[in-house]
Ligand binder design. Structure first.
Ligand code: SF4
Length: 326
């Protein structure tokens, strides 16, 4: 088990795989035609109190990673240890108590809130599911949580359509935090918001993390956002984790050619760093390239890259890269 600062990880994801079967026009009757390898052998750890950013283009598998870790979709292979248990082996009943500790905030706050239910009832629902409080106590806890996320007690009685996008994301956060989770998986939580509102929600997330001692897995395609919020970052490309490091180390010296290209597009990266424009589109995960999955777009690709999958190596303390250049 990997240790960081002599601490054991709070969550330990080992060799996670999620493949989706692809069927023909007759559905499953016509047989399975192939598999979309959305997440392919991904391992990382979350340590208590940190924010681990998972970044990559659309289609890199980062959201599927978050959903699979929480068992919102079942994994194809791999293990996820929480409290020394592999949660993929837990029964539905056992998983319910773990789920209280592992919550998720979704990208689109409106779709995660039922439009016909008063917001207070939506937020208190998890308390009922986990039998954590009843009657007046539930309502009091919701009032308290609404105030914590910058809303007011009177908002309890309103419906989702009465709120702005930023307010709805605060409400989505309130619903996730009402059960006192240990880990929150934030899946593109600010992508749908205006830039000015984004920073308010990010500041709220940071404030809640300090107050409630939370650990975040923060999933985003936005390099500036991930830099601002993360202690460590993992970079995903086509279902694989290609580089992982502490935020400062990753931005000072990105090692993987994909990370270098991704970061080169960020404004204010410095005069001497030229923008690296990658050729072609991200390949289909239905038929990913052999060897290094990045070799079809990599400016440094060698013969070995077409054949052998590069292994993850530690290049400096806690800075890992999977690339044959190193
Ligand atoms: Fe490029 Fe080869 Fe490194 Fe892949 S392994 S990133 S193709 S140099």
């Amino acid at each position: 088990m990997i240790l960081q600062n002599n601490k054991e990880p709070l969550l330990d994801v080992q060799h996670l795989k999620k493949y989706f079967p692809v069927t023909g026009s007759l559905g499953r009757l016509g047989g399975i035609k192939g598999q979309v390898k959305a997440v392919n052998d991904v391992s990382f750890q979350l340590f208590a109190g940190e924010t681990y950013g998972l970044v990559g283009e659309s289609g890199s598998g980062k959201s599927t990673t978050g959903r699979t870790v929480l068992r919102l979709t079942e994994s194809t292979d791999g293990k996820v240890f929480y409290n020394k248990q592999n949660i993929f082996e837990l029964s539905k009943r056992e998983m319910r108590s773990v789920r209280k500790d592992l919550q998720m905030v979704f990208q689109d706050p409106f779709s995660s809130l039922n439009p016909r239910i008063r917001i207070g009832h939506t937020i208190e629902e998890p308390l009922a599911i986990h039998s954590l409080a009843d009657g007046n106590e539930r309502r009091e806890r919701v009032f308290e949580m609404l105030n914590k996320v910058g809303m007011q007690s009177e908002h309890y009685y309103r419906y989702p359509h009465e709120f702005s996008g930023g307010q709805r994301q605060r409400l989505g956060l309130a619903r996730a935090l009402i059960v006192n989770p240990k880990i929150v998986i934030c899946d593109e939580p600010v992508s749908a918001l205006d830039v000015s509102i984004q920073s308010q929600v990010i500041n709220l997330l940071k404030q809640m993390q300090t107050e409630l001692n939370l650990t975040y897995l923060f999933i985003t395609h936005d390099i500036s956002v991930v830099r601002h919020i993360s202690d460590r970052i993992g970079v995903m490309y086509l279902g694989r984790l290609v580089e992982e490091a502490q935020t400062d180390s990753l931005f000072q010296s990105p090692l993987h050619p994909y990370t270098q290209a991704l970061f080169s597009a960020v404004p204010g990266r410095g005069k001497n760093r030229e923008r690296i424009v990658l050729k072609g589109e991200i390949p289909s995960p239905l038929n990913p390239p052999t060897g290094c999955v990045f070799h079809t777009r990599c400016p440094h690709a060698m013969e070995i890259c077409k054949v052998n999958i590069p292994e993850k190596r530690e290049m400096s303390p806690k800075h890992y890269v999977a690339c044959h250049l190193y």
